[in-house]
Design a protein. Sequence first.
Length: 757
Amino acid sequence: MVVAPVVLCALVLLGWHVANLDKVIRQKFDGKRWALPAVVYARPLELYPELSFTAGMLKEELRLAGYRQDNAAHDPGGYNLTGNVMHLATRDFAFADGLEKSARITVEFADSVIKKISRTDTGEPLALVRIDPARIGSFHPLENEDRLVYSREDIPDLLVKTLIAVEDQHFYSHFGVDPLGILRAMFANIRAGKTVQGGSTLTQQLVKNYFLNNERTLQRKLNEVIMALLLENHYRKDEILTAYVNEVFLGQDRGRAVHGFGLASQFYFRRELKDLAAAQIAMLVGMIKGPSYYDPRRYAERCLQRRQLVLELMRSEGVLAEEAYAAAKASKLETTGAVQSAFNRYPAFLELVRRQLVQDYREEDLTSNGLKILTTLDPQVQMQVERHLEETVAALEKRTGTSGLEGAVIVSSREGGEILAVAGGRAPLQFGFNRALDAQRPIGSLIKPVVYLTALTNGFTLATPVRDESVTLTAAGAKDWQPANYDKKEHGLVPFYEALANSYNLATVRIGMEIGVEKVVENIKRMGVNRDFKPYPSFLLGTAAMSPLEVAQIYQLFATGGFYQPQRVIGSVLTVDNTLVQRFGLTVEQRFPPEAVFLLNTALQRVVTNGTAKSLVNYIPEAVRAAGKTGTTDELRDSWFAGFTGDRLAVVWIGRDDNKPTVFTGSTGAMVVWGKIMQSLHPQPLVLTEPEGLEWARVDPGIYGPAEDASRNDVLLPFAPGTVPAETIRASSPANGGGTQERNGTGVLDTIRGWFQ
C-alpha cells in the first residue's frame, strides 16, 4: 500500500509538531518551577515588659503575620483582643538559634507600654516572648519568581478528594483526556442550550493554564489534548495533581494573580492549607470555575451558592459524612475581608533581598529547596514609611499646586546597618521601577559631609576660617565654572562648621579644591560606593548621581563613627531542615579616624540646630540631637534629606520621574517627609561617642572678622589632640557639663572675657 505524499507530509509535520510540544512540556515541567521556593520573613517580634508598644500595634503586626482573630485564641495562629489584654497562640518557628515552640500567652498593656506578659494557662510571668515573623514573600533565589509551592505530602487529602469529586472524577483512571466526560458535557450543554458543563480533565486544565492561553480556537484545543496525553505519558498522576494545586488561578491580589491553593488559603482565610475547614476548601474548589465571577469579596451570595453546590457533591461522592456536611453547609461564608497580610506586600524590600542573596551567598547554597530567609524588615517602621511618604507628598502637592511628585525612602538601624524599611515609590504595592535602589539622581549638598570629612583628615578643624567668596575655575576645553550660593550672597570669612551647617557652596568648593577633588572621590569609594566618578570640581557640589541606597551606605559610615559595614537586609538563611547556611564574611572595618568622624557629626548636628535643617524641630524635639544634611540640585529637580538619630538612619528623596523642576528644596520637601516618619517612630536621642583625647574650646569669633551671627560667641567645639587654635578659651567636654574653662591665646576679646570669668 502506497501512502499518498500529502498524507505522508501531514504525518511528518504532525510528528514534528508533537515532538516540539513534547520538548516544551519536558523543559518547563522538569524545571525549578515545582521545586520548593525560598520563603522570606520579616524580623521576629520580641515582646517584653516596659516595651513601648500598643495593643493596636500588636494587632496590626499579628494580622500582617497571618494571624486570625478567634474567640478563644486556642489554636496556633489565633488571637483575641479585649480592651487592653491580648490573648494569642503563637506558632512553632525555627529560628537560626533553634526552634521556638508554640505557646499560649497573654499580653497586658497600659499607657502605650507592655506591662505584663504571662502564660495563658498557668499565669506564669514571662520576661521575653518571641513571636514568629510575618511571611513577606516567596521566590526562587536564582530565578526571581514569586511562588508558594506545596509538595504532594503537604496537600490535605480532603482537598485532593474534593478536587477529584468536583473537577475530574476519573482522574486516576483516564490517560489525560476523558472521552466519556466530554460526551456527558456535550449532552448537558445541548439540553441546556448553553455551556453549563466542561469536559476537560485536571490534566487538560493544567496544560491550558500552564502552557497555553485562553483562545477559543480549534488549534489551541488540539494542542491541549496532545499535550495532556504527553504529560500523562511522562509524569505520574500525583506529580500532575501537585502541579495543578500549585498552579490553578484562584483570584486577584491587587495587581497580582493568586495562583495555587496555598497562596489562596493565605489570601482568603489567613490559614495554612492544612488548617482549612471543609467549607473553606469547598469555596476555593468552587471558585476554579470562575475566580472573578465567584469572588467572595465582591459577590458573596453567588460564591455561597457555588460553595453549597460543591458541598453537596462532596457528600454525594462520599468525601464528607452527613454530620460534617451539615456543619459545613451551616457555616458562614468566611473570608478575611480587606487584604492585610504581608505576603508579597513589600516589593521594593523583596527586590533588595533578591539582590543581596545572589551577592552574599554561594550559588550552590541557593539552589536548595525550601530555603527560609529571615530578613531585617520591621513592619512597624515600614508601615510608617509608606503612610508618611504618600500622605506628606500628597500634602506638599496640594499646598504648592504641583503634581507628579515621586519619592523613595531607606530606613536602617544606626549602629548595625540593618535595613528596616524600603519604599521604592509613593505606591508601596506597585511592582516596577524601584527608586530606592535604581533611581540615579544628583545628590546635591548631601555630598558636602564627604568633602568636609576629607578636609578634617587633612589638617582642617571645625574652627578653620574658610572664605565663602566667589571663585572661578577654568579647565582646558571647557567653559569657566563660577558656582554660587543658593541665596546668591557671599558670606566672607566663616568658620568651617558654619559653612557646612549653612551649606555654603563657595566655601565648600574652596575647601575641596584645596584638599583635592581626587581625595573626595576616593573617600566615596572607601565609604562603600564603588563606582568611578570623574574628579571634576562640580563633583564637590553633588553633581554625581546616586541612588538613595548608595547615599544611605555613605551616611551609615558617619552614623557608626567611621566604621564601614555593608547595609544588609538578610539576618540568616536556613535550609528546609533548618540548618544555618553560611554566608560570605561581613566586612566591619574602621576606615576613617573616629576623631574626625566625631567632629563631622558634631557639625551635622549643628545643621539641624542652627543650619539649613533647623525647621526639623517642628517634627522631632531638639533634645533628640539629630544629625543630618539637606540636599537640593539645580533648578530644584531633586530634594534630599539624610540623617540619623540615636537609633535609626533614614534617607529620603523627592522629585519627578521626568526630571522636571519642582518647587522644593531639601528642607521644604524631603526633610518634611523625613521629619514626619521620624516623628511617628519616636526616635532615641543621638549621643555621640567621644573618642579619648579630644579637646574642647570656644573659639574667638574675632578671627573671622565682623560677626554676622552673635551666636558664634557661645559655640563650644571639639578638636583632635594638638589642633586647638591659639585664639580659644579651653573648656571640658559637654558630657562633663562644660566644666572649667582655660583661656588660650592673647587676643583683646580674650582679655575682656577673662575679666568676667
